[in-house]
Design a protein around this ligand. Sequence first.
Ligand SMILES: Cc1cc2nc3c(=O)[nH]c(=O)nc-3n(C[C@H](O)[C@H](O)[C@H](O)COP(=O)(O)O)c2cc1C
Length: 164
Amino acid sequence: MLAMAYGVHVIGSRSAGGQFNLMLADWVMQVSFRPRLAAVAIENDARTLRFVRETGAFSVNLLHVLDGPAIAKRVVMPAEGSKIKGRSQEAASQVHDKLAGIGHFIHAAGVPVLAHALAWYTCEAEQFVSAGDHTVVIGRVTDGDMPRTGEALTEKELGWEYAG
Ligand SMILES: Cc1cc2nc3c(=O)[nH]c(=O)nc-3n(C[C@H](O)[C@H](O)[C@H](O)COP(=O)(O)O)c2cc1C
């Protein structure tokens, strides 16, 4: 499992109440040409999954090899302190705003898109497939752009792993 190669992405989402979130994700892939569909495997207890279930919208932002590592470091923590075991009651009740300090705009689809993504697309969730401790969300691609040139950040350059 660890020998597989992954690009490093950030998933943007929004709750029904209008809160935004960002999440680091390796497990992203295109799964259909017509219609154009993409799948993302999201941890069952992630705030992102809750938000996507609520609004159906999400963005996929592929990070750039040059500045992607700095963005990855800022979004890797879960938004909700309670997701990290062993935290004090006070720390567990805190919610971390992962958009703070990260260049972004709110797309017409209602979700954040990173200003410094190598490429991005927005999706409308069509299926939620239960897959063990994750849920595979299959989304129809609704918009997208490749605003920069250069190479995508992969786990190889980042030096982090999400598999095993
Ligand atoms: C390199 C790396 C890749 C990751 N890829 C995924 C992924 O594909 N799917 C996922 O659910 N979590 C992934 N994670 C973990 C989430 O980013 C992490 O649990 C996140 O805090 C959940 O965010 P949320 O609760 O704010 O939505 C990854 C973590 C790292 C370090």
